[in-house]
Ligand binder design. Sequence first.
Ligand code: DGJ
Length: 721
Amino acid sequence: MQTVPDPAAGPAGSAVVEVDEASGTVVLRTAASCYVLRVDRSCGAVRHVHWGAPVPLEDAVALPVWADHDNSFAGRSDGVEEYPVEGGARFGVPALEVRFADGGSVLEPVVDGFGVAGAGHVVVSLRDRARPLAWHLHYRVRPGGDVIERWTEIEHTGGTGADAILLPRHASAHWPLPQRHGWRLSAVHGGWASENRLARTEVAVGETVLSSRRGHSGHQSNPWAALDAGDADEEHGEVWATVLAASGSWRVTVQRTAAGRAGVVAGEGHEGAEIALAPGGRHVTAVSAALYGTGGFGSVSRAFHAYVRRHVLPHPGEPRPVLYNSWEATGFEVDEAGQLELAGLAAELGVELFVVDDGWFGARDDDRAGLGDWTPHHRRFPRGLRPLADEVHRLGMAFGLWVEPEMVNPDSDLYRSHPGHVLHLPGRTATELRHQLVLDFSRPEVTEWAREWLRRLVGENEVDFLKWDFNRSFTEAGARGGPDARRVHIEHARGVHRVIDGLRAEFPHLRIESCAGGGGRTDLGMLARTDQVWPSDNTDAVDRLGIQHGFSQVYPACVMSSWVTDSPNPLTGRRVPLAFRFHTAMAGVLGVGGDLARWAPADLAEAARLISVYKDIRPVVQHGHQYRLRAPGEGALTAVQYVEPGAGRAVVLVWHPHAGFGPAEPPLRLRGLDPSARYRNEDTGAEWSGRTLAAFGLPVPDLADGDGDCASALVRLRRVG
Ligand code: DGJ
């Protein structure tokens, strides 16, 4: 056996990639898993062999490739090809579909080569036997974690004069799963103000499609999927999960065959979002990241959290500041005097970042006008924004501003002077949503315009933070000219990425929150260039528990912004005590969004105390390991635990949303603690060993402020010996 180890791998035995040329076997190893594929030069097939617990190389090389029974109706390799195309006896979901100028769609793959391309990075190159198309499958194992990244480069290899090739489907990857008797899908669904509802459903034999056709990753679904054989729970069992780093339209197809195989094809663009490749053209897909874990859904979430921190976020180690935002308090009624008053009150509470939301610019008196005119509202900020920014800085806070760069109101100077900047198919009615239209960020002249005013705005006003909003989905969207009008569903978001990347390069201190009417653009594409996400416009602290539970399946607490707003909640009318509202928001990146000018002095004092408690637990919440002890709706209590790396401190948040008589709740069995250490409750002085806290559990703490419904508690534990 001749193996070619990864040249950049560590000391012997720690290689993350192994390639056996003779058998065509490639083994990718993560901390706790192993992914095996086999390249068959004789027929141009790249087949999947194993994804699961580690196996030694000598076995990996000899493992058989699964094949269906041979008959004239079977696609023998369906379900096990690493990147299925159309052509030959293939009847499953293709990862790559093409249309040549003559209408032909069949590909005949030939292997051009495969090997290690860099640290933990393998490339398998294929091309069509006769047509000018090549595609390269990229695999990368990230050190120290369990994530494997995949993406695909598709290349038109024809010379000048050759016809363009249309790609109706251009997925990042197909992730084949092993054969099991049952398959269950975990995914989130929802809508505006109701994002991230986690659902676990049996996978139907056939194809299940999760998708966004909206031009953004969406509130209705999120581009991740986790599969298990129906036997996993929060703490146990095998789980395979994938997440797509895309911010535009996308499609994740889960396929289950009658033979018990399952697989996930993930990529940008909904059905029919074609891309035309000109001769010499190349399309590089988004990254699809996936992992396998044996410790149930909780361990898979923690592995994704670690991946996002280590390999996605620009500034993972930085504590996220406590922010204030008056959107719910003032709506569009922002002006210098009102914001100064709120800034003074926020600073007294210990807020670290003051954000001015919608309404500060153009003729923005409501949502009918002004988007596109990014100069200060002449009546509300007659002296411009700088005096407010200076005062916020003088108060010791960072200064943040809301922007919605991709949008325009038809009632705006921008639209009147540049109607052509809009993302719109000529000759079709332009549907307005929230009285606004989308600007076409796939076009350089539009992104240049955005880059220019953003640079001016940030530079002139010493802006430290942008809340980057996006408040409507695409309609009648299309690129002008060419056969691939719907490529804007991919390219618009990529244009947004480029603008943000440019801005951050020029203003390295700038921090950004991704928002799309709440959580409509929560994805790894945005998180690679922003610092946090606004997960929902629903700030009802009880509803939010479910939204945050779904959010945490993939995304870590350090990016989950959460505000304490007024009671009764403006959206739901629910009355929730201040402590409960704080405890919910303290489970992520704490913010305050209530009308402080109307808060009673006792509430302001309590808020200041809770903000200082949050600052104490912030490193544990934002940078610790998260354990979902009780999911919302699982019983009367919901609880979440965070453990500092090294297990020196832990924080437990407990909520009892609805009063009602029922059996006494069992203790909360804590996770991730050092069994041999003792932990002291920092507020009551009670002490327990880590072993007892795991085996017997933490007795359910006294729940504060529970005036009937909505009682909650926060427990801080510190290792004392
Ligand atoms: C939607 C956001 O999610 C809100 O927080 C707020 O910024 C509004 N847009 C402003 O229009």
